[in-house]
Ligand binder design. Structure first.
Ligand code: DGY
Length: 383
């Protein structure tokens, strides 16, 4: 398989599963080998190209447990199918790297790993919001450069978050969790933009607001914005938690940044292409009081020229899900998706996927994004 180094576990297993990067933890491997899979894991640190994957598929393959860095387009999915593949399991909750429509046409189930990332990614969004508001990265660089000559009343003044207005774009699991943390920790009012009403967020907010009022404090508000423009014009912090699709690409561009408050904070922990990175660079350059905190980039791993030179931007390398518990959980869910499909088990029908992390995991595939389109059976017989 070329110059890449692969390690093989259970070489005489009855079904071959390709795993395109080393994964944390051991449970995922135990699950696959206990089911007598031969597991070929790419042990080289490189990101595999389509031709690397094609070469690895040669000789037959029942399933691939792959990565968001790989282009699972119609051609590659066809190559998997031709190699005898029955399922592709993405090691991510997002699946914008996969042509799901093509997979459905090929009859190929596509797995993802929701649920285990919610808290970790929400916590990173909180950390980035604070880093931007309190200028943590600038302070860190200042110290390391030996520039701190003593306390000063005007040194690196930041912004208080308490009682400000938080704008959440996309009220899915991660957006809701992030908003709940920001409400309970910083008593922020919330405005959110989503095609659906989030009863979970609104109910939490109402309950927490009643709790504050019962203690003699001012309550909180939470409302669904009539439009993205409305949210952008009002919010002090704008955090993006929506999925990347053709219609959400560059959801935030030059015009949208111009609508935001001059000293707003913009956070993106979802996908880089949701914002126009070149427009963001220009905006941050011409608006020094505006702050951006980014975990994701339009052309990962590259950053748009100029981004890294801007003091009002905080950048981290796609770390949203980077906690041991979450990354091990993602691996276990991805392996369970492979086994669920290869064994013709039904597809899990609940949002709570924690049972798959227990010693006696359900006999089901935890999350198949095209299960409905493929008419796959649901766990417990319901859809
Ligand atoms: C995902 O799962 O989509 C994240 O971006 C990677 O952790």
């Amino acid at each position: 398989m070329g110059s890449l180094h692969w390690r093989t576990v259970n070489p005489h297993g009855r079904r071959r599963v390709l795993v395109t990067k080393e994964l944390p933890g051991t449970r995922w491997l135990q699950l696959l080998t206990a089911d007598d899979c031969r597991v070929d894991v790419c042990a080289s640190p490189s990101t595999l190209t389509a031709s690397d994957i094609r070469a690895a598929l040669a000789g037959g393959c029942a399933a691939v447990l792959g990565q968001l860095t790989e282009p699972w387009n119609a051609d590659l999915l066809r190559a998997l199918k031709d190699a005898g593949g029955g399922v592709y399991a993405n090691y991510a909750v997002g699946f914008d790297n996969v042509d799901v429509e093509a997979a459905t046409r090929l009859g190929l189930p596509i797995g993802n790993t929701p649920g285990v990332l919610t808290q970790s990614t929400a916590e990173l969004a909180v950390a980035l919001t604070l880093a931007a508001a309190r200028r943590i990265a600038e302070g860190d660089a200042y110290m390391r450069a030996g520039r701190f000559t003593g306390w000063h009343p005007t040194l690196l003044l930041g912004q208080l978050l308490e009682r400000k207005l938080l704008g959440v774009v996309g009220a899915g699991r991660i957006g809701v969790r992030y908003a709940q943390i920001m409400q309970s920790a910083y008593r922020m009012d919330v405005t959110y933009f989503d095609i659906r009403r989030s009863a979970e967020l609104e109910d939490f907010s109402a309950t927490y607001s009643a709790f504050l009022e019962a203690r003699g404090e001012q309550g909180l508000t939470c409302r669904r914005a009539a439009s993205l423009d409305e949210l952008l014009a009002e919010a002090d912090v704008v955090s993006v938690h929506t999925a990347l699709r053709e219609e959400t690409r560059h959801l935030l561009g030059r015009e949208q940044f111009a609508r935001m408050k001059r000293d707003a904070i913009f956070v993106n922990t979802s996908r880089g292409a949701l914002h126009d990175e070149a427009a963001l660079v220009d905006h941050c350059r011409t608006h020094p009081t505006f702050r951006a905190a980014l975990d994701v980039y339009e052309n990962e791993p590259a950053m748009c020229p100029g981004l890294s030179e801007l003091p009002n931007v905080v950048v981290v390398p796609h770390l949203g899900s980077a906690t041991g518990w979450t990354r091990e959980g993602m691996a276990a869910l991805a392996a369970a998706n492979v086994l669920g499909i290869l064994n013709n088990w039904p597809v899990w029908n609940r949002a709570d996927i924690r049972p798959f992390l227990s010693a006696s995991a359900p006999k089901a595939a935890p999350s198949i994004v095209n299960a409905t389109e493929l008419g796959l059976e649901r766990y417990g017989g319901t859809s």
